[in-house]
Design a protein around this ligand. Structure first.
Ligand SMILES: [Zn+2]
Length: 124
């Protein structure tokens, strides 16, 4: 299926192809527990993902070992997707709350035990 998505104010837009989304993930790491988003089940391959066209609209938050880029809209502050660094060779994980026509809280949600991953620590 083809999914379109945007941030709250609509400045940041992205799209991707994926099998029908029936499940989502939440994560209990120190970042995800604060932002509370429902994430895509897995990373969307870069070949199936069209990120926002203008990087000037996006803020990026790097933490931990700085291998994951957490993108957010500079205007409304909404987290939109995660890419694995500058090249995003393994694709993007999406904030499902941004996806048009999808109710993320109606999905079957499972938990990523990010808190238990040894590499994840508080920033600082
Ligand atoms: Zn926005």
């Amino acid at each position: 299926m083809e999914y379109k998505a945007h941030c709250h104010c609509g400045r940041v837009r992205f799209s991707f192809r994926s099998p029908e989304i029936r499940t989502g993930k939440r994560c209990n790491c120190s970042l995800c527990s604060r932002r509370g988003a429902v994430l895509s089940w897995t990373y969307i391959p870069a070949a199936d993902f069209t990120p926002h066209h203008d990087l000037r609209d996006l803020g990026v938050y790097l933490w931990n070992e700085k291998v994951l880029s957490n993108y957010f809209c500079k205007t409304c502050g909404i987290f939109t997707y995660i890419g694995d660094g500058e090249n995003a060779k393994d694709g993007y994980r999406v904030n499902l709350g941004c996806v048009e026509g999808l109710d993320p809280l109606a999905l079957e949600i499972s938990i990523i035990d990010g808190k238990a991953l040894p590499v994840i620590e508080e920033p600082g």
